[in-house]
Design a protein around this ligand. Structure first.
Ligand code: IVH
Length: 693
């Protein structure tokens, strides 16, 4: 084939793949096998590799995503993304309907499902996806176009005809239950925290740094609102139908209603029927169909008057509470957990429910043997929300809260202002010690592979570990001799332990498990004090000077370092050779010594973090906003015009990527080994963190 023919073939493949994509993701009616699809996709990928300048930004190959991490640009919505006012009873809803009919007269309502995901606004220009922006605060959102391109049901190019040159379409990105369950199963296997619900999972996924990872997560998108100057029809219903013909996924579960009764019938139907849908819904949305009517009804500051949401009651189940366990966590906090007669609730069998604390037991007067109401809130474990008093037997007795630790027998304490009881025996109470060790080895802490929860318990039971420092003095032969372990696992553990000695100080500080010192606080503390010894001797006042450290955290840190046992643990960690201070970064040059730099826009081949790392390696300081204090702006592709204007007004030097590179590579190197390039590679290899939590 000639070059021209090959480029023609690219266009042909783009159209064919987009067609099959729609058949598969939107219409659920594939015409070719996955294998045939993959073969066409590979053919296009190969051609794009040979003619990168001819590749379309909306090529179907972009659906696979990339690993290039980019921060999200904040962009203004062309018109605000409002929210809906909620109603919770048919009475309230009836009043709303009556008011509309009073104001407008005869009116058509469109009723739709309220999808429980995260809102998205898609802009199409000349039939191609130009931009996808999250709701954000309603006025500005994040540009997540690259991530959204990986969602199969979103057309990258429109089919059919009659679409305006420029329009926006809004809808909900959802994670179907099947994708959600798969994701949580994977996370559980990897020892990662589970995601509470599909809504959080969808929102978190959309903000992942790697679009390749987004592509794996199985998101879906349903559209429910159009906006633009020259939409084909003057009403919502017909425009949605038109959008369906352009390739968008538009819900089939909608209807036109004329009265309160018809709307109520729709709600009654879907209140039960929705349990069979493969994705989460949390209500019904009722919209006035005609745009003129919508305009005359207008909006309040936050929500339109022409639409309202009716929220379904959270699903509840009634079952018997058989007993209560009291669990002791790594911090010594005691949590009562109810064991239930297994019951079906929102698609899963529930056997346990949390009761939070003693106050909750007293407030609801929950007793063993009671018939209790269980609800699934946003959390993973459902909670008890009430008791069926009528069903209570005559011999039932109020529940007495435990006074001693169920694990070690130490009297529990309750600190003023805290809802929970605590076991103060932190150094000798088994679940606290094991919990601390499990915390120490987990991925975000010391990341010691091979030491999962069960292995930690095994080592404890065989007397090989009593605290976190023992991990560094494990004996290979002893490990290999343990049941279920063997030579290979033992070697694996020792290798993980060895590698953990290079884990940066801030993660070690987090890993220690000092109460209230989470990942972020540990980072701030490490930056402020630089060494563990400095933190250990700091006073309450000095500790409070670090960012985000208040009195409560400061006290907990002082308590931690006052303990003789903790001092001993730290000495043994020191002996083992873990990182007890911030490693000063090796300077590549002093080219940016004393300079404040803002990095803005996108850079081919470098993530924003790469760019920032380079600034630091050459002695510069990264700032987020343009001000008179800034010396340079490194401007990438599509740096915002407002930023550029401001920089020009303030007389701040704007450098292109090439000029920046020239500036740092012309400077004499401070170290012959660590060049900007090798350092950046190191940054590249650190796993990209999503913003899921
Ligand atoms: S219409 C002006 N229709 O609910 C409001 N919203 O609080 C435009 N949602 O942010 C939204 N399903 O994320 C509309 N069928 C539906 C919806 C829906 C879910 C979400 C959407 C919005 C929120 C409103």
């Amino acid at each position: 084939m000639t070059r021209i023919e090959e480029i023609q073939r690219m266009r042909e493949l783009e159209a064919t793949l987009e067609h099959h994509n729609k058949k598969y993701y939107v219409e659920n009616n594939p015409e070719i096998s996955d294998m045939e699809f993959d073969a066409l996709l590979r053919e296009l990928q190969d051609l794009e590799a040979r003619y990168p300048e001819e590749a379309d930004v909306n090529s179907p190959t972009k659906r696979v995503g990339s690993d290039l991490s980019t921060e999200f640009q904040s962009v203004e919505h062309r018109f605000p993304m409002m929210s809906l006012s909620n109603t919770y009873s048919s009475e309230e809803l009836g009043e709303w309907v009556d008011r509309i009919i009073r104001e407008i007269g005869e009116v058509e309502f469109v009723v739709e499902l309220k999808f429980d995901g995260t809102a998205i606004s898609l802009t199409y220009e000349n039939g191609a996806l130009a931009r996808a922006v999250t709701r954000g605060d309603g006025k500005r959102g994040d540009d997540v176009t690259n991530n959204v391109r990986t969602i199969g049901s979103i057309p990258l190019k429109l089919a059919g005809e009659g679409y305006p040159e420029l329009f926006e379409i809004r809808g909900e990105i959802i994670m179907p239950y099947a994708s959600f369950d798969r994701l949580n199963a994977e996370r559980e296997a990897a020892g990662e925290a589970l995601l509470a619900n599909p809504r959080n999972a969808a929102a978190g996924t959309l903000k992942l740094q790697s679009s390749a990872q987004v592509a794996q997560r199985g998101l879906d998108c349903t559209l429910y609102q159009l906006a633009g100057n020259d939409l084909p029809y003057d009403n919502h219903w017909q425009n949605l139908e038109a959008a369906r013909s352009w390739g968008f996924k538009i819900s089939e579960h909608t209807a036109i209603c004329h009265s309160r009764e018809e709307i109520e019938a729709f709600i009654a139907h879907w209140d039960t029927e929705r349990k069979r849908l493969p994705y989460a819904t949390d209500g019904i949305v009722i919209k006035v169909n005609n745009y003129n009517d919508q305009r005359s009804l207008g909006s309040t500051a936050k929500s339109p008057r022409w639409a309202v949401a009716y929220k379904f009651q959270a699903e509840k189940a009634l079952t018997k509470m058989l007993s209560v366990d009291f669990q002791v966590g790594r911090t010594g906090a005691v949590t009562p957990v109810a064991n239930l007669d297994p019951v079906l609730l929102a698609g899963t069998i529930v056997k346990r429910a949390s009761i939070h604390n003693a106050d909750q037991i007293a407030a609801l007067d929950i007793r063993i043997g009671d018939m209790v109401y269980v609800e699934k809130g946003g959390e993973i474990i459902p909670k008890i929300t009430g008791v069926d008093m009528e069903a209570r037997g005559a011999d039932s007795k109020p529940m007495e809260y435990i006074t001693v630790c169920p694990e070690c027998g130490t009297p529990l304490v309750r600190v003023e202002g805290e809802a929970k009881h605590f076991c103060p025996n932190s150094n000798n109470c088994k679940p606290q010690i094991i919990g601390r060790i499990e915390h120490f080895v987990k991925r975000k802490a010391m990341d010691i592979e091979g030491l999962g929860g069960e292995t930690v318990e095994l080592l404890w039971e065989n007397g090989l570990i009593r605290d976190i420092s023992d991990i560094y003095f494990l004996d290979g032969h002893q490990l290999a001799a343990l049941p279920r372990l063997g030579e290979k696992s033992a070697a694996n553990i020792l290798e993980g332990v060895r590698r953990s000695k290079d884990v940066p100080f801030e993660r070690l500080l987090f890993a220690l498990g000092i109460r209230y010192v989470g990942e972020t606080t540990a980072k701030y503390l490490a930056e402020h004090f630089r060494t563990l010894d400095a933190i250990a001797v700091a006073t309450l006042e000095e500790l409070s000077e670090a960012e985000e450290v208040g009195a409560k955290i400061a006290e907990s840190i002082v308590d931690y370092f006052a303990s003789e046992q903790n001092k001993r643990i730290i000495e043994r960690l020191r002996e083992a050779g873990v990182q007890l201070e911030i490693k000063e970064k090796v300077r590549a040059s002093n080219a940016l010594e004393g300079k404040s730099v803002v990095v803005s826009g996108k850079f081919p081949g470098y993530s924003r973090d790469d760019m920032k790392a380079m600034v630091e390696q050459h002695g510069g300081r990264n700032l987020a906003a343009v001000s008179a204090n800034v010396d340079f702006i490194v401007a990438g592709d599509n740096m915002g015009p407002a930023k550029r204007q401001k920089a020009e007004k303030l007389g701040v030097t704007i450098l292109s990527l090439e000029e920046f590179m020239a500036l740092i590579s012309d400077a004499p190197q401070t170290s012959s080994e660590v060049t900007a390039e090798t350092e950046v590679k190191r940054v590249d290899e650190t796993p990209v963190q999503g913003t899921l939590f």
